[in-house]
Design a protein around this ligand. Structure first.
Ligand SMILES: Cc1cc2nc3c(=O)[nH]c(=O)nc-3n(C[C@H](O)[C@H](O)[C@H](O)COP(=O)(O)O)c2cc1C
Length: 297
């Protein structure tokens, strides 16, 4: 009798396999089958396995191991029995607000590590696990990022308002950047006014989590958004508040100086940015939302 099935990704202890076929039924890539009453894996297993770990998670006798999963990390679900009830989860979701006013108190690194641990378990398309995190705790770097955005936009707006400047702009700025600013000129001017009054409109003076990944890989923006959603909700449980930074996401992709400042690899696209910190604001009510737009079949 075959004692084990093994390749570079998986090891199955066949001596203890009970032939329950749960791995066969659960593998999304259809990599397991039975032949003559024995579990087999397809020849192209190593090319097709997405290493999602469903096989090892579903095996009732724990005989399947993905090699890159450390034994001590493969927890029995029973040790995590307690999950929030629907009502408790609803409370968490309803109480979350985008926080834009933070105390000066820094976030301990361990607290951010707890949030990153949560995002590690956020799903990714095809289990690609292809997102990277850049954490900017140093507030002077955050200020430098915001100042750079303000400086570039101010000079862009000034040039746009000067006929000679408009022609010169075309030499120094991308068409895309000019178009975006032209289309949003009144709103950008309002933001620059707020910034003049001392408000950090781009990063809200918080600590940043920037989520990015290889440009050529699929799903970076969806995977980043999901990771960010997990982080934002988890932040509430630690007494932290967070806010999405759509503007910064765009500028971090567009402005080389920002990318260099926080060492975003040149082949990466930024998928999502968050700012966070200890809230310096208390909300007393939960604002209503528009009615859901749903269709059912
Ligand atoms: C994709 C995305 C991008 C956002 N970008 C910004 C941003 O750049 N700056 C900001 O202050 N808020 C930003 N927000 C926060 C929204 O304005 C906020 O979620 C919305 O007004 C609802 O408020 P709430 O999150 O408190 O419920 C963004 C939200 C999302 C989902």
């Amino acid at each position: 009798m075959m004692s084990s099935i093994e390749n570079s990704i998986i090891k199955i202890d066949m001596n203890n396999c009970t032939k329950c076929k749960e791995c066969v039924k659960d593998c999304v890539a259809n990599l397991f089958y039975f032949e003559q009453d024995n579990l087999q894996i397809v020849e192209s297993f190593e090319d097709r396995c997405i290493e999602c770990g469903h096989c090892e998670a579903v095996c009732p006798v724990n005989v399947i191991r993905l090699k890159y999963h450390k034994d001590e990390e493969l927890e029995p679900r029973s040790v995590r029995e307690e999950v929030p009830t629907y009502d408790k989860f609803l409370n968490l979701v309803l109480k979350r607000r985008s926080i834009r006013r933070f105390k000066e108190k820094p976030i301990p690194k361990e607290e951010i590590e707890k949030l990153l641990k949560i995002s590690r378990y956020s799903p990714t398309g095809g289990n690609s696990e292809n997102v990277y995190f850049t954490v900017v705790q140093d507030r002077s770097t955050v200020t430098a990022i915001s100042r750079h955005i303000t400086k570039r936009l101010t000079s862009l707006v000034n040039s746009l308002e000067d006929p000679k400047g408009r022609d010169l702009l075309k030499k120094s700025r991308s068409e895309q950047e000019i178009k975006q600013v032209v289309e949003n000129l009144p709103s950008i001017k309002r933001k620059l006014d707020m910034i003049e009054k001392g408000i950090d409109f781009w990063c809200w003076n918080g600590e940043l989590i920037i989520i990015h990944g290889d440009k050529v890989e699929g799903g970076i923006s969806s995977n980043s958004a999901l990771a960010a959603a997990h982080i934002m909700l988890a932040a509430e449980t630690l007494g932290l508040g967070a806010c999405s930074l759509g503007y910064l996401t765009n500028f971090a992709n567009e402005y080389q100086t920002i990318r260099e400042l926080i060492k975003i690899p040149s082949n990466h696209t930024v998928g999502y940015c968050l700012t966070m910190g200890y809230p310096d604001v208390k909300y007393k009510r939960i604002p209503a939302r528009k009615p859901l737009k749903v269709q059912w079949f």
